[in-house]
Ligand binder design. Structure first.
Ligand code: DGJ
Length: 723
């Protein structure tokens, strides 16, 4: 591995009247440049397109704020840091001390060391720039070297400024069964805040991500766009301030709401990573940058194909016994499923888990439902040629459980006999407590050591914090709960990842309540939503794939009419939508008739053939389901560009001439491709030129007419290079 030290600078160069030193963080196409001024202030000079030659920049007037603005240095804007020092004073003024940069293969690492001019408070700004993926990660470490304790009441991960004529912010909001809806708005003077204060299941209502487009609303394939994501599964806050100088400053990090953090002398505080990418070719390029980066650096086993799963939830809910599950396994194996996942309801004896009211926390197999235990099921799955997976929700507890009786002190609670507020009849275990972390770790560890053939764990979390308070944390440190809970969770996930490197983990939280780059670092996939209606999924998956790669997006074919929306859809439409992610099934195979089983079998076999393109390829968003014309379309292109997939969905009625051309993207214009419609349910094709040879240029620049006229109709095409 080659290691090149580029700089180690504590010294300064004087040029004209300015202190001429630039710190250039760069990828193949992006630059983030800081300027160290004569006064030893570190100011942002540029973030955007790569600047190869920075000559002259060091002499230019400073437009943006400090690289890490702190409270008490004269700044009237939002700040990244508020510290109360050992003597109770609150002013912090950070100055440049030194910086280091080193490059190792694809990654350039930078640390900028800052220090308060009066106090022994040190702040290090860390950056990792990924050359090929054009992603820059930033995080901060605050070191308290003051004599006594200090407290932090604001501690952002990143502060970046922009300058444009106007700014459009897309953020991704939702609720249960409606995650990752897109709202785009023009920012006006003032502050727009994207945040959550819910502590756990934090991405259900807002996701810690944004796309900011400069000089006009965002387009998929042109314009300047910055995409950002905070890698944190707890409370977050992304603030965008547009000021009177038409600057926009983004300050992002952990939400400091009710979270004042005390640091003893000698202690450090490390923030989560803020992940940023800049594209001057629109939103889609920014998404591709993040997908490629995530698969390589931020998703467990991002280079391994994902198996096809049958999850028992919508097919059985809490009502099952071994025979019913085995019958589902028979059907799953017959269709070609690779992993059978037993969802909620398999545990609890004194308080059996027969509904959501009892048993959570008692992780012993329910003897009545499964008298022969889990191994009986695991062996049967193996006999059927599949692997076995299991559902857990180890952070939570029903009041009606042996665990709640035994360890009431382990529960997050408001204390002073205040009423416990229930959500889905359950309470939260206090993961700020290391003993509770051990318990949560042991729940999964015990399952995986006792049943080494368990290949997949679905980790659920079905409530927010609400009863804020910890019997473990000291009186003074109650305000650490939100942060220490999240760190506790991360700690457990890391331990499990280390001990079980080949067990697949799914992050779930009432659907898409834990879709973020922190949990993704320790899990293989996430459950994007409990809403499995394919029409609604068009929107949910569309929003999700702005940041998170389709390989990690679990998408299941369920029964029609859909259990959440009661909408009826064809099996083909359901498969065509689910195939755009990590395909799975979530129904009782017996509920399908013979013809449907035949179709499902074919579709699953087909997915096995095309999944490298979906899971490892680049995704292009072509027609948005949000647009009025009632279509949605995406295409995937394999890294070699020799294979691609086109998926087109109609969700409105279209008269004959209303259909528009679908123009693909990302192909090689010089190649000739064969276009073949796949996953068909009738002999008639949706194109008049099935199997014809067409140039990449035509497919991309002229486009093709796909004959989809009815609502909830779809067509999928495989595009293959001809030899
Ligand atoms: C919520 C999840 O999102 C569902 O998929 C299912 O696992 C239930 N919990 C089980 O209680």
């Amino acid at each position: 591995m080659k290691k090149i030290f580029i700089l180690f600078l504590g010294c300064v160069f004087i040029q004209n009247h300015l202190f001429a030193q630039l710190i250039h963080i760069s990828t193949q196409e992006n630059s983030l440049i800081f300027q160290v001024t004569k006064q030893k202030k570190v100011m942002q000079s540029h973030y955007g397109k790569l600047i190869k030659n920075t000559q002259g920049l060091e002499d230019m007037a400073v437009v943006f704020n400090e690289a890490y603005p702190s409270f008490g240095n004269g700044n009237n804007d939002e700040v990244a840091l508020i510290a109360t020092h050992d003597d109770g004073t609150m002013a912090t003024d950070l100055f440049y001390k030194s910086h280091q940069q080193e490059k190792e293969d694809n990654i350039q690492k930078t640390v900028i060391h800052l220090k308060d001019d009066k106090k022994e408070l040190y702040v290090d700004l860390h950056f990792k720039a990924y050359a090929h993926e054009n992603v820059i990660e930033q995080w901060i470490v605050v070191h308290n070297k003051e004599k006594k304790e200090i407290s932090l009441s604001q501690f952002a991960s990143s502060a970046i400024g922009f300058k444009a004529t106007d700014y459009y912010l897309s953020h991704f909001y939702g609720s249960h069964s409606k995650e990752m809806m897109i709202s785009e708005e023009r920012l006006t003077n003032g502050i727009k805040i994207i945040e959550t204060k819910r502590g756990v299941r934090t991405t259900e209502y807002e996701n810690p991500t944004f796309m900011l487009s400069l000089n006009g609303a965002a387009k998929e394939s042109h314009g300047e766009v910055i995409a950002g994501a905070l890698a944190w599964s707890g409370n977050f806050r992304l603030a965008f301030q547009v000021d009177d100088k038409a600057r926009c400053q983004m300050i992002s990090g952990i939400n400091s709401f009710a979270s004042t953090y005390h640091l003893a002398s000698g202690e450090n505080f490390e923030t989560p990573r803020m992940i940023l990418t800049y594209s001057d070719e629109g939103k889609n390029k920014a998404s591709i940058n993040l997908h490629r980066w995530a698969k390589k650096y931020n998703l467990r086993a991002g280079n391994e194909l994902r198996p096809i799963v049958l999850n028992s939830w919508e097919g059985a809910y809490f009502k099952f016994d071994a025979d019913k599950l085995k019958n589902m396994m028979d059907g799953a194996a017959e269709m070609g499923v690779e992993v059978f996942v037993l969802d909620d309801g398999w545990f609890g004896n004194k308080y059996p888990r027969n509904n959501a009211k009892a048993g959570l926390g008692d992780w012993q197999v329910n003897q009545k439902k499964l008298p022969k235990g889990l191994d009986d099921l695991i062996d049967y799955t193996a006999y059927k040629g599949m692997r076995f997976g299991i559902w857990v929700e180890p952070e939570m507890v029903n009041p009606k459980s042996e665990l709640a009786e035994k360890h009431p002190d382990w529960i997050v609670q408001r204390q002073n006999d205040r009423k416990m507020l229930l959500e889905r009849n359950q309470l939260l275990l206090d993961l700020s407590n290391p003993k509770v972390q051990d318990f949560v770790f042991n729940v999964v560890d015990r399952l995986l050591t006792t049943h080494p053939k368990i290949a997949y764990v679905k980790w659920d979390a079905n409530r927010h914090v609400q009863n804020f308070g910890s019997t473990y944390l000291s009186e003074k440190k109650q305000s650490h709960l939100f942060i220490n809970y999240t760190r506790g969770l991360e700690n457990v996930l890391k331990r499990l990842e280390k001990k079980y490197p080949s067990t697949i983990f799914q992050a779930c939280a009432s659907g898409g309540g834990r879709v973020d780059f922190s949990s993704m670092k320790h899990t293989h996939e996430f459950w994007a939503s409990d809403d499995t209606d394919p029409y609604e999924r068009l929107f949910i998956q569309w929003g999700t794939n702005h940041f998170y790669p389709p390989i990690a997006t679990a998408a299941h074919v369920t029964k029609s009419p859909n259990h959440q929306t009661h909408r009826e859809t064809s099996l083909k439409f359901r498969f065509d939508v689910a195939m755009a992610g990590r395909l799975g099934i979530e129904l009782r195979p017996d509920d399908l008739d013979e013809k449907e089983v035949k179709f499902a079998k074919k579709a699953i076999a087909l997915y096995k053939d095309i999944r490298p393109i979906v899971q490892f390829g680049d995704l292009y968003r072509l027609l948005s389901p949000y647009d009025e014309d009632g279509y949605a379309a995406i295409n995937y292109v394999a890294p070699s560009k020799k294979e691609a997939l086109l998926m087109v969905y109609s969700h409105e009625h279209h008269r004959r001439y209303e259909r528009n051309f679908v123009k693909m993207q990302g192909l090689d214009p010089s190649l000739i491709y064969e276009v073949e419609e796949i996953n068909t349910d009738s002999k008639k094709s949706h194109i008049s030129f099935n199997h014809q040879l067409i140039s990449g240029e035509i497919l991309m620049n002229r486009g093709i007419w796909v004959d989809l006229r009815r609502p909830l109709e779809s067509a999928v095409f495989k595009i293959s290079e001809t030899k």
